[in-house]
Design a protein around this ligand. Structure first.
Ligand code: SF4
Length: 66
């Protein structure tokens, strides 16, 4: 079974909210305007991968294994 690990490097994130718009429901901004994946993130891989590509600082990492 394929598992997917979705992470956001908060040190790189600049809070553009691109991921929040592109992959609605998969990312939220925390109280410091830094993105983090939600528990729903794995259910919209296409959106998450699009967000990974569009993130202006390459803060999102999507790693598939298995
Ligand atoms: S698109 Fe990138 S920089 Fe913008 S909020 Fe998401 S993780 Fe942060």
């Amino acid at each position: 079974m394929t598992t997917v690990d979705i992470t956001v490097d908060k040190d790189r994130c600049v809070g553009s909210a691109t991921c929040v718009v592109v992959a609605a429901g998969s990312f939220v901004l925390d109280e410091h305007d830094r993105s983090e994946p939600t528990s729903q993130a794995g259910s919209d891989l296409d959106g998450v991968e699009q967000a990974e590509q569009l993130c202006p600082t390459a803060a999102i990492r999507v790693v598939r294994s298995g």
